[in-house]
Design a protein around this ligand. Structure first.
Ligand code: ADP
Length: 227
């Protein structure tokens, strides 16, 4: 195993919903000793806790649309200011549009943007087939990783949940929003010399190995990160 280069510590994981960013971000962040900052997780926690911000975000998330930038920035900005994020982070799910990318550039330089690539039919299967244990958080998939007993967690026996935004209609919206608002960021980060494309197909272990190799490679070129 090759350890990721110590210099590449301020990372953005960019890619469509269902590409496995969250799974890989948790692993890479732990290996680098930096926080894993997932705006989706932060927003879901706010919804669970019933905060004002959570109440305002809930309907957008259920429908598969983006939460307004001001709310996302409020929750992420606070987190980015904590001391553990000063020298590194793995950002997962942010930025999702050009306005967010501009805000991020104001707050922190970046070392690399990892672009998770996966064909649409695979994304749809992963998202609509995902089931989660409400007790321990274990993630299953009805086709690729089914539980031993249909609809029940292997560890807890609890009835598995489906995220509201993993229902087929919301998945369609999420993929459209990605294509319209997030995908344009690829060109932006490519011209800034930060983009590193990653083949996100295969097992989580295979993808982690590819990611480690990409992070260990020197950057293609240095370029201005300004917008
Ligand atoms: P995925 O990337 O698989 O769609 P996430 O857990 O990252 O899942 O995000 C879930 C939902 O949270 C999104 O569909 C969106 O409603 C909201 N969200 C997360 N990050 C952002 C963001 N940066 N800007 C706006 N909305 C966001």
């Amino acid at each position: 195993m090759t350890a990721p280069a110590a210099s590449a510590r301020r990372l953005v994981f960019l890619g469509p919903p269902g590409a496995g960013k969250g799974t890989q971000a948790a692993i890479v962040a732990a290996e680098l000793g930096v926080p894993h900052l997932s705006t989706g997780d932060m927003l879901r926690a706010a919804v669970r806790e019933g905060t004002e911000l959570g109440k305002a975000a809930d309907a957008h998330m259920r429908a598969g649309g983006l939460v307004p930038d001001a709310l996302v920035l409020e929750i992420l900005g606070e987190r980015l200011r904590k001391p553990d994020a000063a020298t590194g982070f793995v950002l997962d799910g942010f930025p999702r549009n050009l306005a967010q990318a501009k805000e991020l550039a104001r707050r922190s330089p970046l070392d690399a943007v990892l672009w998770f690539e996966l064909p649409r039919p695979v994304l749809v299967e992963r998202l609509t087939g995902r089931r989660v244990c409400p007790t321990c958080g274990t993630v299953y998939n009805v086709t690729s990783r089914p539980p031993r007993v249909e609809g029940r967690c292997d560890r807890e026996g609890a009835a598995l949940d489906q995220r509201p935004d993993d229902r087929p209609d919301a998945v369609g919206v999420r993929l459209r929003v990605y294509a319209e608002q997030t995908a344009p960021l690829l060109e932006h980060y490519r011209s800034a010399g930060l983009l590193r494309p990653l083949d996100a197909a295969g097992s989580p272990g295979d993808v982690t190995e590819r990611l480690r190799r990409l992070l260990a490679a020197p950057p293609a070129r240095r370029a201005s990160q300004g917008l």
